[in-house]
Design a protein around this ligand. Structure first.
Ligand SMILES: Cc1cc2nc3c(=O)[nH]c(=O)nc-3n(C[C@H](O)[C@H](O)[C@H](O)COP(=O)(O)OP(=O)(O)OC[C@H]3O[C@@H](n4cnc5c(N)ncnc54)[C@H](O)[C@@H]3O)c2cc1C
Length: 429
């Protein structure tokens, strides 16, 4: 009997990937030089340039491949999605052209899982078709990494919910048609049952974007909103899922998305690596090419090893998600990928920057942006430390405390046991 432990892609799917590679390189990568935000879906320039490409993706049967057939997608498993995202991630407009952009993909997932028929009709279908985009409004200034500290409230008033509070880094709020807001609805419940999710149309009175914030030095990235909700009134049926279930819902949202994000990050790291390799075989010093210097070779070798290690961890995680179809069972793997991802991009982009000299540091190359993006990756969706804690806790579940004063694996004891079993031989030291 053969054993499935295989690193090959079936020829039929490889043909799809090859089509994607050429399409992304030739048609999608150039868009970032002539368009603003991919999320500005109503902008006539975006409509003119992005819509025809989305149509070509649909013709290929590659639109929104993370969705199951019940939502109009092909229901590709995570292994296929990972391979696709490795290509999509090379282009800033890749996710929107293939219908897999965050936070819409995660928001669609929770709407599909927990939404009522009416909510699905009103929000899910236009979101899946990318006629509209959405916002996930959770983090607060008082500490995003610990949602149990959030203070934004939604209080029942007759048939309505009334939302008051402030949210921070609500990405794409200014382009979104609706927000999914996490608010305290059950103040007296235990910490993880205090919050609910509500769907709030963007035009609802009382929503104020205090300002849009950029990360890093690039003003193009200023779409992370500081949002104030003052007496924002939505009907009772704006509730997504049940009261107090926000944490449970949030888990569904983040599982697969983290793996896709990681594969797109790998694409960026690979891009930086390709540039680094091209540079060192091109650039001459007095005694030959940069590529012939050992300390340069070390940077190339370290980068290649790190990319391959990360790719293996990621592909194995994707495989385990497909295999078990149970996110709880692969929580450790997903958290490990999330924790490793910022360092991968940081280290490889930094080496690429350094080996390009002043050009590498300049705003004429992508490396400073990639290095800053690596810090973003260590925060968005929770800081690295929190994910490492998850990994460690899950790992340590498999270990039991040692009852003795000396551990059971104390060498003198192991030796004594071996001697009791085999007798003393002349060879032992
Ligand atoms: C580009 C970008 C886009 C984002 N988009 C969205 C969005 O669309 N919607 C949304 O709701 N949020 C969004 N966020 C917010 C993101 O989820 C938070 O930044 C993240 O959860 C961390 O929260 P914080 O920034 O308040 O940091 P804090 O909670 O203040 O943490 C700061 C630092 O403290 C340390 N720390 C915190 N907790 C622990 C711990 N338990 N153990 C050890 N160390 C710890 C870590 O070093 C951490 O980096 C986005 C963030 C970024 C950068």
């Amino acid at each position: 009997m053969t054993m499935a432990w295989d690193f090959e892609t079936p020829a039929e799917f490889q043909a799809k990937l090859d089509w994607m590679k050429a399409f992304v390189r030739d048609e999608v990568e150039p868009l970032q030089f002539v368009l603003g935000s991919p999320y500005d879906v109503a902008n006539p320039d975006n409509v003119a340039l992005v819509r025809p490409l989305q149509a070509r993706v649909r013709e290929q049967g590659l639109w929104a491949c993370h969705l199951g057939p019940e939502l109009g997608g092909p229901g590709f498993g995570q292994v296929k999605l990972a391979l696709m995202n490795e290509i999509i991630g090379r282009a800033m407009f890749g996710p929107i052209v293939f219908g897999v952009q965050a936070p819409d993909s995660g928001n669609a997932e929770i709407l599909a899982h927990f939404g009522t028929d009416e909510q699905k009709q009103r929000y899910l279908q236009p979101l899946l078709d990318n006629e509209i985009v959405s916002c996930f409004s959770m983090t607060e200034l008082s500490g995003g990494a610990d949602p149990t500290l959030f203070t934004t409230t939604a209080v029942r008033d007759g048939d309505d919910w009334v939302i008051d509070g402030e949210k921070w880094f609500s990405s794409n709020a200014r382009y979104a048609s609706f927000y999914i807001v996490m608010a305290v609805t059950e103040p007296d419940a235990p910490p993880h049952s205090r919050m609910s999710m509500l769907i709030v149309p963007a035009e609802t009175p009382g929503i104020e974007i205090v300002r849009d914030i950029a990360y890093g030095i690039d003003p193009e990235h200023h779409s992370h909103a500081y949002v104030r909700y003052s007496g924002v009134r939505v009907p009772a049926d704006a509730l997504l899922g049940s009261r107090g279930a926000a944490f449970e819902i949030a888990q569904v949202r983040l599982g697969g998305g983290r793996v896709h994000h990681a594969m797109r990050t790998l694409a960026q790291a690979q891009k930086a690596f390709d540039m680094m390799c091209t540079r060192v075989v091109s650039r001459l010093t007095r005694d030959g090419r940069l590529a012939d210097r050992q300390m340069v070779q070390e940077k190339i070798a370290d980068s290649w090893i790190e990319i391959e290690q990360f790719r293996l961890l990621l592909m194995r995680t994707a495989w385990r998600i497909d295999r078990y179809n149970d996110y709880k069972r692969v929580r450790k793997d997903i958290a490990a990928v999330k924790a490793a991802m910022p360092k991968l991009l940081h280290d490889i982009a930094s080496r690429a920057l350094h080996l390009h000299g002043a050009l590498g540091l300049s705003n004429e190359m992508p490396f400073t942006e990639q290095v800053i993006a690596s810090y973003m990756l260590g925060l968005a969706d929770g800081p690295t430390e929190v994910h490492k804690v998850t990994v460690a806790r899950q790992v340590l579940r498999d270990y039991q405390p040692d009852p003795g004063t000396f551990p059971a694996y104390h060498l003198p004891e192991l030796r004594a046991q071996a001697e009791r079993r085999f007798g003393r031989t002349g060879d032992a030291g």
